[in-house]
Design a protein around this ligand. Structure first.
Ligand code: TYD
Length: 404
């Protein structure tokens, strides 16, 4: 078993999903050979961090061909606008405040800060999305973030009042270097906040599709509080978020002058009640996951046996884990529809299901759609009223398989 990436103590295996392709590695053509790695997660009994055992080199994931574009959902656009409003409130009254976002993607959040003329910087390693951010009026440093980069930013621009990141901290293996960099870059009275898929939601729903190459860490209040203390910071607040199927936003400040509010204590108690600070808390996870996969395969086979076609909705990264682990391929799913232009006409990693445009779905008479973008269910059900009016059904699977 491997060592914990944070404290270097021996980590304990929770579950292995076997060989997996790159989750966001949508393919132009079906290849004769494809890259696979071993997908498994482990728990560190010392710092309570749940993490991938084996990681994929970051430049294989976050490069000029990065296919995740933040601005593909109205709900997400609204979510990021709210974050920007919260930041503007936090910095109001400060003289010449400075806001930094790690992993700014296409500028979905920072463009609102930029539009107010506030000093800001987005740090983004993926060239294609960094260009989109620049087109949105955002100042971008095209780079990964670490200690030396933090020092360079302080030299070039000064220290920050706010540092934030959405769905990015869990992507960075050397999180200790990120926190050391934040120690250099954040003003003494500054605030760091970040949000990522919440371990407690994953465990409660058995939402194992959140587990894939880009998500190296599965944070909880318990692990973030330990990580903060290791770096002389304190977890002072936690706000649950609906996005990405259940995320948590963590607020951290300099430990010398701050105390945690009651909500942190409440979340930590709930996590402890589920034993997320012990390997025992994860003992039923694999059985729950396996039951969902077999129920889903049986449901899909049943639908096919009755002579129906099935498509899927939303070529998400997370669906790579589901489709490959449950072995759901083109013999079951005709195609996946998606609105992201650079995913259309490609094939899914590993299972090689073709991806088509949303227009193809609208023209289709199909009556069953596997909702792979289940985290956008509310928005998609609202959008697809006509499909449902004509008898079309969506199939969801967390925490159990439902046809509705
Ligand atoms: P996302 O929520 O970012 O999940 P992941 O991080 O697992 O990739 O991906 C949502 C995908 O679903 C994205 O490819 C866009 C697509 N999508 C649609 O095709 N139609 C929609 O209405 C919505 C909301 C998303």
């Amino acid at each position: 078993m491997g060592k914990c990436k944070i404290c270097n103590k021996a980590a304990e295996r929770i579950v292995s999903f076997g060989k997996m392709p790159i989750a966001n590695g949508f393919l132009n053509r079906i290849p004769s050979d494809e890259f696979f790695y071993n997908l498994s997660v482990a728990f560190c009994p010392e710092c309570f961090m749940v993490q991938l055992d084996e990681t994929v080199k970051p430049d294989m994931l976050f490069n000029a061909d990065y296919q995740f574009i933040s601005s593909t959902s109205d709900a997400m656009a609204g979510h990021f606008e709210k974050i920007s409003a919260e930041i503007l409130e936090k910095i109001s009254g400060k003289s010449n405040p400075f806001v930094i976002e790690l992993g700014c993607n296409d500028g979905i959040m920072l463009r609102h800060i930029a539009a107010r003329g506030v000093k800001h910087l987005g740090i983004e390693p993926s060239g294609n999305v960094a260009s989109l951010a620049r087109n949105n009026g955002v100042k971008v440093l095209e780079s990964f973030f670490n200690e030396p980069v933090a020092s360079q930013i302080v030299r070039d621009y000064g220290q920050a009042d706010v540092i934030c990141g959405s769905n990015v901290f869990c992507h960075i293996e050397n999180i200790n270097s990120v926190f050391k960099g934040i120690g250099i870059l954040l003003k003494n009275d500054g605030v760091l906040f970040f949000e990522d898929p919440y371990l407690l939601s994953i465990i409660k729903k058995s939402a194992f599709d959140q587990i894939y190459d880009e998500h190296i860490y599965y944070f909880s209040g318990l692990s973030v509080s330990k990580l903060a203390r290791k770096h002389d910071m304190q977890l002072v607040d936690m706000h649950p978020q609906d996005v990405h199927g259940g995320s948590m936003r963590y607020y951290l400040k300099n430990s010398l002058s701050n105390t945690a509010n009651n909500k942190v204590g409440e979340f930590l108690s709930e996590e402890k009640a589920l034993n997320l600070d012990r390997l025992h808390g994860y003992s039923t996870f694999k059985d729950n996951v396996d039951k969902i996969c077999s129920d889903l395969r049986n449901t899909l086979s049943d639908i096919k046996r009755k002579g129906n076609r099935i498509v899927a909705y939303g070529a998400t990264s997370k669906s790579t884990t589901l489709l490959n682990y449950a072995k759901i391929g083109p013999e079951i799913i005709d195609y996946i529809c998606d609105i992201t232009p650079n995913k259309i006409n490609k094939y899914t990693p590993g299972m090689h299901i073709p991806i088509k445009s949303h227009e193809a779905f609208v023209k289709d008479t199909v009556l069953y759609a596997l909702l792979l973008a289940w985290n956008h269910k509310k928005e998609i059900l609202e959008k697809e009223k006509e499909y449902r009016r004509k008898g079309g059904k969506f199939i969801t699977y967390f925490p159990e398989v439902v046809i509705e």
